[in-house]
Design a binder for this molecule. Structure first.
Ligand code: FE2
Length: 213
């Protein structure tokens, strides 16, 4: 079994990720070359800074899924759902009910507690995307403590891992998942593989979570 990428924007004409089918194929080939067997593509939903053409999601996903099959890569559809204060946003669970969420970078997201709790109670696993982006994220944060108690998983992007930005969290085993958050970069899969090699404890945790041991 190969590596799993669980955060990427690889559907053309959908969000701020890949722009063309050719670019999507280049990136998919790069995942294959770097040793990945599963790539979850997670279009933005409800992000106030990104326009998402939700009508294109299914068509583009079916196309990319077919291209993945030709390469021996399982392409899975999920979403990266922005959880804001005033809505009950939809999500697309992937790989056995994982839900990827993102929140505002500057305001401590008290509303995430309720959203995550409801999801977990109904049998989902919640992943908080790129924790390094959030100004409010710290071990002292009551929201972070509560998310840990609830069993929310924390994801860091591979570039933050490779640059050492999240070393303190890695040392305290607070990072459950490393992902690419790939928006169309065909050099990123190799960096993601390198970051997983550098942190075998995270790789093992991911293999257990996604049942790819
Ligand atoms: Fe993302």
């Amino acid at each position: 079994m190969g590596y799993v990428e669980c955060h990427s924007h690889l559907l053309p004409f959908v969000d701020d990720g890949v722009k063309t089918k050719e670019q999507a194929l280049r990136v998919l080939h790069a995942y294959k070359d770097a040793g990945f067997s599963i790539v979850v593509t997670t279009p933005h939903l409800y992000n106030p800074l990104v326009v998402t053409h939700v009508d294109n999601i299914r068509t583009m996903y079916r196309w990319l899924e077919g291209e993945g099959k030709k390469l021996g890569i399982r392409v899975v559809l999920g979403s990266e759902t922005f959880v804001g204060s005033a809505s009950h946003p939809k999500n697309l669970p992937f790989l056995g009910n994982f839900v990827l969420v993102e929140v505002d970078t500057s305001v401590e997201p008290l509303y995430l507690l309720n959203y995550a709790y409801t999801l977990i109670k109904s049998g989902h696993f919640v992943i908080l995307a790129h924790i390094e982006r959030y100004d409010w994220f710290s071990e002292k944060s009551l929201v972070v403590k509560r998310l840990v108690e609830m069993g929310v998983f924390f994801q860091s992007n591979c570039d933050a891992v490779l640059s050492g930005t999240v070393d303190s969290y890695l040392n305290k085993r607070m990072i459950d998942i490393i992902a690419g958050d790939n928006h169309g970069d065909d050099t990123l899969p190799a960096r993601l593989a390198a970051s997983l090699q550098k942190h075998p404890e995270v790789l093992q945790r991911m293999e257990r979570l996604f049942e790819t041991e």
